[in-house]
Write a protein that binds this ligand. Structure first.
Ligand SMILES: Cc1cc2nc3c(=O)[nH]c(=O)nc-3n(C[C@H](O)[C@H](O)[C@H](O)COP(=O)(O)OP(=O)(O)OC[C@H]3O[C@@H](n4cnc5c(N)ncnc54)[C@H](O)[C@@H]3O)c2cc1C
Length: 463
């Protein structure tokens, strides 16, 4: 039986970063991936496809220029499925090639096949042709990610009733779209299709959505979506989904309202891909959502030589954090000392418009009883915003009244997911409001919003 220092199950962000880290420490590493090619959900159905689709739509619809040239401005009048698929195919091919090269360069062995535990140190791989291979791992990392949650009463067909995996398999521009689930994935797709002028209805059983984001940002975001015609139905769960012979889908809510659409995207949750992993053979169990519990500092499971990282351990379920978890798990597994992780990581929501946030929001600051002041900047106040024709976009910063320290940054608008890193650096380096006042920023930039928001707060701060 082949023996490895580390067997990694799953080649998404957590798995690949762990594999590369272990290989750099001179370890023998095997990565097992159930798909034909490496990359995980992140590359094949999740992060990269949805962001590529977003970029394609923003470019072809002329979205970024509409502030200047008006709502009827288009780069391409008719956008069809082929337009969306073309760029996607090229991007994914490039991403996979880079990953394959990375594995090769680091002498990491990869096998395409489904892995399951057949012992505490033994993993059996079933290949596409049905043949089996048993391998021994001194240490094992479970990085299997998640699969979309598919309730029995939703008639998924891959065409009219789809989830966030199948949407990518057959990209089309429907005449109308109903999105169930106002989590990050649902919001991203709802706003991307709405940017193509597809009438979109967003359904969420709870009264609120994206609760980890500052409420003021969400209020502004909601206003913007409604302003461009999106219907948002909160506070009522889906009672039934029925498809008629013509392919139209009627989604009826528990409160009696219904939505008729050409396509339904069901994006209400994901579950850990652990059902067939044979965890009973290695002494591990999962919670009701298929997630595995770990030590949050080391990513070690209750079985010391087995680690788990990425979406399979639950929140925050981001490619960015999964990579870091994989790296830390590999370092810990092979005895490399770990500096404490930075306190704050950014959250990016690639909706149209983007939202990004780092640190505490106003709800959290209030709940902790910290004395604070708020600074707000609107992108239309920046020269860069004028040049770009931006009508919307805002930045909100929170500062401690006592220490003047930055507590959180919350941005909605163009470039939010890039801009946030300035705030992240200042936050993790324990910087204060004065950093933004005293430092020179490039001009004209959207980053100037940091200065404007800081000055806004400064006006009301104790002198
Ligand atoms: C639509 C969508 C958009 C997203 N957008 C973003 C974003 O913009 N930014 C961001 O940071 N995150 C985003 N995410 C989240 C991000 O994709 C995940 O956090 C990330 O992919 C999780 O990485 P992972 O390492 O846990 O593994 P995954 O990427 O989930 O990959 C796990 C891999 O394990 C394989 N596997 C499963 N079981 C087995 C088995 N038994 N044997 C062998 N292989 C197996 C699977 O085939 C899969 O390829 C998005 C997710 C979705 C669905």
């Amino acid at each position: 039986m082949d023996a490895y220092d580390l067997i990694v199950i799953g080649s998404g962000p957590a798995g690949r970063r762990a594999a590369v880290q272990a290989a750099k420490l001179g370890k023998r590493v095997l990565v097992v991936e159930g798909r034909r090619r490496v990359g995980g959900v992140s590359v094949h159905t999740g992060t990269i496809p949805s962001k590529t689709l977003r970029e394609t739509v923003l470019n072809l619809s002329g979205w970024r220029e509409r502030g200047f040239y008006g709502h009827s401005y288009r780069v391409k009048q008719e956008i069809g499925g082929d337009d969306l698929t073309h760029r996607l195919g090229k991007t994914l091919e490039h991403e996979v090639a880079v990953l394959e090269h990375q594995f090769h360069r680091n002498m990491i062995r990869t096998i395409s096949g489904t892995a399951r535990f057949t012992g505490a140190h033994e993993v059996t791989i079933t290949r596409g042709d049905g043949s089996e291979l048993a391998v021994h791992g001194e240490r094992v990392l479970i990085a299997v990610g998640t699969v979309p949650f598919r309730p029995d009463n939703v008639p998924f067909d891959g065409t009219h009733v789809i989830d966030s995996d199948t949407i990518i398999e057959d990209l089309r521009v429907p005449r109308s779209l109903c999105v169930v689930g106002a989590g990050v994935i649902g919001i991203e797709y709802a706003t991307i299709f709405s940017a193509m002028d597809v009438p979109v209805t967003l359904v969420e059983p709870r009264e609120t959505f994206l609760d980890f984001v500052d409420r003021e940002i969400i209020d502004e975001f909601t206003h913007e979506l409604r302003d461009r015609g999106m219907i948002i139905r909160l506070g009522s769960p889906v009672a039934s989904v029925v498809k008629d012979p013509g392919g139209w889908v009627t989604t009826t809510l528990a409160d009696g309202r219904s939505v008729r659409s050409e396509m339904l995207l069901y994006a209400a949750g994901r579950t850990g891909a652990t059902a067939d992993l044979g965890l009973e053979h290695c002494g591990l169990a999962t919670d009701h959502r298929g997630r595995i519990a770990v030590d949050p500092k080391t990513f070690q499971t209750s079985v010391p030589h087995i680690y788990a990282a990425g979406d399979v351990i639950g929140f925050p379920s981001l490619a960015s954090t999964s990579m870091e978890q994989g790296r830390i798990a590999a370092c810990h597994a092979f005895g490399l000392p770990l500096p404490p992780a930075p306190q704050y990581f950014p959250y990016g929501i690639y909706a149209v418009p983007e939202i990004s946030t780092v640190g505490m929001n106003e709800q959290e600051v209030k709940a902790r009883g910290i004395g604070y002041e708020v600074g707000i900047a609107r992108f239309r106040e920046t020269s860069r915003g004028h040049i770009m024709g931006l009508n919307s976009g805002m930045m909100k910063m929170l500062f401690s009244l006592k220490t003047r320290r930055l507590l959180g940054v919350h941005i909605m608008g163009e470039g939010a997911t890039e801009l946030i890193h300035i705030g992240q650096a200042v936050l993790n380096l324990k910087g204060t409001l004065d950093y933004f006042i005293e430092n020179t920023f490039n001009y004209p930039t959207l980053a100037e919003a940091y200065k404007i928001a800081a000055l806004d707060a400064w006006n009301r701060m104790p002198k």
